[in-house]
Design a protein around this ligand. Sequence first.
Ligand code: ZN
Length: 511
Amino acid sequence: MKSLAELRKILFEIYDLKHAGALLSWDQTTYMPPGGAPARGRQLALLSRLAHERFTAPEVGRLLDAAEREVASLPADSDDAALVRVTRREFEQSVLIPTELVSALSEHSAESYQAWTLARPANDFATMRPILEKTLDLSRRIAECFPDRESIADPLIAFSDYGMKAASVRAVFDELRTRLVPIVRAITSRTPPDASCLAQHATASEQLDFGLGVIRKYGYDFDRGRQDMTHHPFMTKFSLGDVRITTRVREEDMTDALFSTLHECGHALYEQGIRMDFEGTPLANGTSSGVHESQSRLWENIVGRSRGMWEHFYPSLQAAFPSQLSKVPLDTFYRAINRVDRSLIRVDADEVTYNLHVMLRFGLELDLLEGRVEVKDLANVWRERFEADFGLPVPDDRRGVLQDVHWYSGVIGGVFQGYTLGNILSAQFFDAACAAHPGIPSDIVAGKFDVLRGWLSENVYQHGSKFTADEVVRRATGKPLSLDPYLAYLWGKYQPLYGLREEERTAAGVA
Ligand code: ZN
């Protein structure tokens, strides 16, 4: 395995270059003063250029060819065979993209992000329009490097959700929309529960302390991670020994920071759970954005907004916030954190309407890339489609097309489908975990999460990118991606909360 050993050394350097870049990005979105922006864009572009040049060098191609011969007799699911296979896939993706394009995108993304941090609060889409036009152009140019595609969005989708294409995502989303909209209609025809108990003042430090206590119980390893403050929460990693999360606090909303922390912790548990001997290789990452998001949503929603979870944690939440919650019964709190409402902002949306937000964005990405919508019309098209889907007017671009960081800090295309694929998969994984360990729901009531986390580590986390998303889902759950567990989960939870009727179940196609 001489060639594979040499290849590993180069892969480790590329891994370190990429994670040094991740550290600069983390700093940019947490502590960097605004004056650092121009240099930061340049530095990030340099690191991504160096990593790209190193990875696409002819030497890597030769070592890969030789390593393929060395692992040819190994079983496909051996670690070495998987490493060579995944490296080959990423190599073939990378060699098609010219280095200039990689650094142009990296530099443009840093500038765009900085402009967006000012444009969003100022409700200023006009400033972002030429920047976004350039982003769209760069996104298309990257996609055009891949001749083998049906839709121009396909290569961009494959970067984050390998194995999916525009057509396959669209098929899943069309079915989901058909089955989900009747549930949304049924729920929103009822009087929503009173959620005013959440809209109380609580200091940032007290909110953060409580959240950190919960994720400690979830199993987040603080020796290999920490939490910092940002505008748009995210998880990032600099090595398997340093997996960080970020959050933001609204002092007038007692649970906003908490659920954001639980969400990012779900991502971090995945990365912290990857086998340490994968460090420095392309296997040391979550396998797809859909599987990644399944973990954030599982820990945020399926566990974090469950009745059982709050039977355990509510007394300590009341003790931490006695003046706000001592007179609020658990049932009122539980209903409030599961209130379903048509609302303007994706990241604040409840878990039932959330997917409508994602499908709106996915549709717009396809229309932009495939040329059916122009950037100059984007803000208006957003308003029209949003109103059609949600029945709500969009009062300004700040709460419309400017709300999400994604299109303003990277490519347009392939960045939203993972959220809804993740919601779907979260229920499928959770069902499989409970089938293997029927005690999990009562563990949650007891504030114990090790059996659930252990099953997820065993079946999902430890493998990193060794298996594709489809392989992980089939191996862990015995089936390919299916909408049934997710719709059954939504029905099972919201039917009693909202007193939904039997005939409404049939309309949603819930078995
Ligand atoms: Zn997430």
